[in-house]
Ligand binder design. Structure first.
Ligand SMILES: Nc1ncnc2c1ncn2[C@@H]1O[C@H](COP(=O)(O)OP(=O)(O)OP(=O)(O)O)[C@@H](O)[C@H]1O
Ligand SMILES: [Mg+2]
Length: 231
């Protein structure tokens, strides 16, 4: 579904990604593991077009999209949940979802009712202002909002960051459910334990380079991975 080939991405003159390649087959949960500053967010932004790569290719079902603006990539069905959530603080939970709603290409057909089934806690907060939600609730809302665009692929940037252990577990169950429903996910994470049992395959990024890849269970056994993930 998605193939990233040898991309090099810069912020101004700073060279951040050095030939990153990865592939995400349909229906899979693939993770991108790495510690702070490794280049996870930059990789997701390169895929979406918010930090377009200077070199390399991004293929969406075989078609080159690396020169397309972000809104066109989003329209193709690439959904994005940024690490800083960016929900609308002054809108209610329901309104946050309503304004995100779009006829995307995804096969699940998400609407408000369906996302509330996935996140029952949000249903109870339908009329609460987004800014009054806890950090964990805002994370759920950010995911719910991305689902409302009916994506084929969801780019999830460090969803567990700052979450209490119980919420991490419940988030894991939701992502597993999304996978059962056929959604494809690329998950950027530092928490390798969270991705174990959730993710089919992982890539480890460090200093803007992919250092190793493999099934997550195998990666966990790997000394280098421990080092690159700071385990
Ligand atoms: N807008 C920017 N301008 C310049 N440098 C940036 C910018 N954003 C990120 N960087 C640098 O790019 C490198 C990779 O950052 P990135 O945010 O992709 O890492 P990350 O793996 O997502 O880290 P974290 O786990 O902290 O979110 C870092 O060295 C960071 O300082
Ligand atoms: Mg990041």
């Amino acid at each position: 579904m998605l193939e990233v080939r040898e991309i090099h991405t810069f912020y101004g003159l700073s060279h951040i990604l050095f030939g990153v390649s990865l592939s995400v087959p349909p229906g899979r949960v693939v993770c991108l593991l790495g510690r702070n500053g490794a280049g996870k967010t930059t990789t997701l932004k390169s895929i979406l077009g918010l930090a377009p790569p200077a070199r390399g290719k991004i293929l969406w079902n075989g078609e080159e999209i690396q020169r397309e603006p972000a809104f066109l990539r989003a329209r193709r069905g690439i959904g994005y949940v940024p690490d800083d959530r960016r929900i609308f603080a002054d809108l209610t939970v329901g309104e946050n979802l309503d304004i995100a709603a779009r006829e995307g290409p995804g096969t699940v057909r998400w609407d408000k009712d369906k996302v509330y089934e996935l996140f029952p806690a949000l249903r109870a907060m339908d009329r609460r202002k987004g800014g009054l939600l806890s950090g964990g609730e805002q994370k759920m809302l950010a995911i719910a909002r991305a689902l409302m665009t009916n994506p084929l692929l969801l780019l999830l940037d460090e969803p567990t960051e700052g979450l209490a252990p119980l919420l991490v577990q419940s988030l894991g169950e939701r992502i597993r459910r999304l996978k059962e429903l056929g959604l494809t996910v690329l998950l950027a994470e530092q928490n390798i334990r969270f991705t174990l049992g959730l993710s089919d395959y992982g890539y480890v990024i460090d200093n803007g380079r992919i250092r190793c890849e493999g099934p997550v269970a195998e990666l966990m056994e790997n000394e280098d991975v421990r080092r690159f993930c700071g385990l």
